[in-house]
Design a protein around this ligand. Structure first.
Ligand SMILES: Cc1ncc(C[n+]2csc(CCOP(=O)(O)OP(=O)(O)O)c2C)c(N)n1
Ligand SMILES: [Mg+2]
Length: 763
């Protein structure tokens, strides 16, 4: 690919100029909005939703105290992070975006969820309202010919599903698997509240990136707290979204809902060095991320700012950073009354500009509603919430027998519509298969590139990114040639931001792409552990089985090169601790290609671990289409006396040992599980039952390694058949050392495996 920007030396004296960051530019009010064409009904709707949120949250206060009369016997469990005082942000934001636009939310996200769903219903046609109600329609009385009566039923159902989720009920938006801190509604682009502070930053960025690459006109609003804005992932995400290579910009609004405190840590004067967090926009691109400070106590100001920001995003100028100043009237949760770190004066000053007071005043002043009507709206909102709570109290507790439901998607992209193939005119170079040698063999790294190429041709939603994967072709050359064929829209270098790489892949996968991300060494995976373990792995289950995350994170394991502690670890076990992930550990070029193709087609988040030693090994790899199913192991050597389970490169070390054992008359069977999560226990245990002896080999230190799990499950399943206790050959319990003799001692060798085989067999 031709280089388009040369980096030439330039040392001109001067200073770096920053454009000013505007604050509180909105000068309007309800009067000017009405004059400018805001329908009075729309203003009333905004008021209604302010009331719904306030009432909902106040009901939680009552429920938690046990004094909620309509449900006096109900015991409310779960978190109580309430947004009383902050309603104008939720309402102003959702009033400004389209129903299909994406949002991500926070642990304090009841209001976001209520407003996102409610504004979507406001704009829905009768058919859509009926579809939303589904079978629940039978629970309501309404007249299909009267949109308003259908709407009232749908709104009631929405508030009920929200409350039911907080109550942990089957009818809740996430079937009670997520609760209030993880509520999501994929029907209206609500990609989830997040109880990891800042956890949604990268996912939101990925969703916006997907919207841009798919050209579907959507934007994403990433709602975060002031505390979240100080987390590392915030900075990685801002940088990712402002990468100059995104020529259309990234259509995301980072909306910091600054309620002045983290849990108790105060943003101004304590945990940051600046007055306004919007200032950070200047750190990421030359237009300050169009940053702006907005009154978060005025729903019209928020609506105005978000509307302008959304227009910027839709016209290719994203991202935008908005800071909305607001205040939570309650403590961090109901176990904190806020008095340890806040003054009465401060609380009173914010409450004096309460949107639930100022907005209805404006409605009355502008003759939109009279005082009686305002009162009637208050009563109506209270009645809706009360009914939602009563219905939620009577709703269904999940059946413990359903505990695994929603963990894995059982779908793939196997039956793909031809229209999703990459059109020939989009190809920048002729795609060519790797050149085979006389025996039909290719290098394993070429097998990886070939799998990627084939899948990118087959499905235009597959994109590839990571550190140095573009022009350079990846640190191990496994992506070489792909940029030339597919161009930078689909193959691009990410910043050195492992968390942002993995988190954006998760978000993009929820928004319609099928990303393949590369993390150069598995040693760097801990940098991205929240994104992998708390976000990608858990989203489907936490959101009631409603999210689909077809993404692959390719990474590598090394060792044996003297790269020492931080480039030689075998960390596969840490990703197996997160149910929801699939973990693949191929051991040959043939398997790399077939398994990677299956992984890309699978609808689950996959960690695909390639061993660096394999890249330059050769194997016969057909040019013809083939895939290898995930979760199915392989007997790579048949034997009678002992079973050795070994995966990835260790399979080859075990095979060397098996050959040496054969010379001594011992017949070794080798099982390569190929996938660790899920594990092909049937294949392993069948072999163990046949041989009566099991040795598990892996390259990780012995404590907590995956071989321990293989050993444990086998001794449980095959206890009767086992002649001796199961054994493990693993690395020593030290960080990988650099010096050759130490490193050699550390990594399981054929000799060490042979010694253990002989001891087990008794020879
Ligand atoms: C990564 C992480 N660290 C700490 C916490 C504990 N915690 C929960 S909410 C919170 C404060 C978050 O502050 P902010 O982002 O401003 O949101 P707010 O609570 O003010 O809405 C903290 C520290 C957490 N959930 N996640
Ligand atoms: Mg805060």
């Amino acid at each position: 690919m031709p280089k388009h920007i040369d980096v030439l030396p330039s040392f001109q004296r001067g200073s770096i100029e920053f454009a000013p960051i505007p604050q509180f530019v909105y000068t309007g009010d309800l009067k000017t909005e009405l004059q400018a064409g805001l329908p009075p009904e729309a203003a009333v709707t905004m008021y209604d939703h302010l009331l719904h949120i306030r009432n909902f949250e106040e009901t939680i206060v009552q429920l938690k105290s046990g004094r909620y009369k309509p449900l006096s016997d109900f015991r409310f469990i779960g978190a109580t992070h309430l947004s009383i005082g902050q309603e104008a942000v939720a309402v102003g934001t959702m009033a400004a975006i389209n129903p299909h636009d994406y949002i991500t939310s926070t642990h304090r996200g009841h209001g976001h969820s209520i407003a996102k769903g409610a504004f979507a219903l406001d704009r829905a046609q009768v058919e859509d309202l009926l579809e939303f109600l589904g079978e629940a329609a039978a629970n309501y009385e309404f007249d299909e010919a009267d949109r308003n009566s259908v709407y009232q039923a749908a709104l009631q159902e929405h508030l009920f599903r929200t409350m039911a989720e907080l109550f942990g009920k089957e009818e809740g938006y996430c079937r009670g698997r997520g609760g209030g801190m993880h509520i999501a509604d994929f029907n209206v682009g609500h990609f989830g509240a997040n109880a990891i502070v800042g956890g949604s930053y990268a996912m939101a960025t990925g969703a916006a990136m997907a919207a841009d690459k798919l050209g579907d006109g959507k934007i994403c609003v990433c709602l975060v707290g002031d505390g979240a804005a100080n987390n590392g992932i915030a900075h990685e995400s801002y940088n990712f979204a402002t990468m100059a290579q995104f020529e259309n910009g990234c259509p995301i609004i980072y909306l910091i809902e600054n309620n002045q405190y983290g849990m108790t840590g105060q943003q101004v004067g304590e945990v940051t060095g600046m007055l306004r967090l919007a200032r950070r926009g200047a750190g990421y691109n030359d237009v300050n991320m169009h940053a702006e400070v907005v009154s978060g106590m005025d729903p019209l100001a928020v609506r105005d700012a978000v509307k302008r920001a959304a227009e910027k995003c839709r016209s290719g100028q994203g991202p935008v950073l908005l800071e909305c100043l607001t205040y939570r009237y309650k403590g961090h949760s109901l176990s904190d009354n806020g008095s340890a770190y806040r003054s009465d004066e401060e609380e009173a000053a914010w409450m004096a500009i309460d949107p639930l007071k100022t907005f209805p005043e404006q409605l009355i002043e502008n003759d939109v509603l009279d005082a009686d009507a305002v009162e009637a709206h208050k009563q109506a909102a209270a009645a809706l919430i009360e009914k939602a709570a009563i219905m939620a109290g009577a709703a269904t507790d999940p059946d413990p027998g359903t505990i695994y439901e929603g963990l894995y998607a059982d779908t793939t992209s196997e039956d793909l519509d031809d229209e999703l193939a990459t059109p020939a005119e989009e190809l920048l170079a002729e795609p060519e298969k790797a050149r085979r040698d006389g025996q039909g063999r290719i290098l394993a790294r070429h097998a990886v590139a070939e799998a990627l190429m084939e899948e990118m041709l087959r499905d235009r939603r597959v994109i590839l990114y990571g550190e140095d994967v573009a022009d350079y072709g990846g640190a191990f050359g496994a992506t070489r040639g792909l940029l030339e064929i597919f161009g930078r829209k689909r193959v691009f270098n990410a910043a050195i931001s492992e968390a942002a790489i993995c988190g954006t892949a998760a978000g993009a996968s929820m928004a319609g792409l099928r990303p393949v991300a590369e993390i150069m060494y598995i040693d760097f995976v801990p940098m991205a552990m929240d994104q992998i373990g708390n976000q990608a792995a858990k989203n489907r289950y936490m959101f009631g089985g409603k999210a689909t995350l077809p993404l692959v994170i390719r990474t590598t394991v090394g060792g044996g090169k003297g790269y020492a502690g931080q480039h030689s670890q075998s960390l596969e076990a840490i990703v197996t601790m997160f149910p929801g992930l699939i973990v693949v550990v191929p051991s040959s070029a043939y398997d790399l290609k077939g398994l990677l193709k299956s992984a890309i087609r699978d609808d689950n988040p996959i960690i695909f671990i390639e061993h660096q030693h394999l890249y330059t090994s050769k194997d016969e790899v057909p040019e013809e289409e083939y895939t290898i199913p995930l979760g199915v192991g392989n007997i790579t050597r048949e034997g009678e006396d002992i079973t050795v389970v070994a995966y990835s490169f260790m399979r080859h070390i075990a095979e060397e040992a098996a050959q040496m054992a054969a010379a001594e008359g011992i017949s070794v069977e080798i099982v390569d599980p190929r996938t660790l999560l899920p594990l092909d226990t049937d294949l392993i245990n069948e072999s163990v039952k046949k041989t009566g002896l099991l040795l598990c080999v892996n390259q990780a230190p012995s404590i907590g390694c995956y071989a321990e799990h293989i050993a444990y499950q086998a001794q449980e399943a095959c206890f009767e058949a086992l002649k001796r206790p199961v054994r493990i050959v693993a690395a020593h319990d030290v960080p990988p050392p650099m010096a050759a003799p130490l490193e050699h001692e550390n990594i399981p060798s054929p000799e060490k495996i042979l010694r253990n085989i002989k001891e087990l067999v008794g020879k």
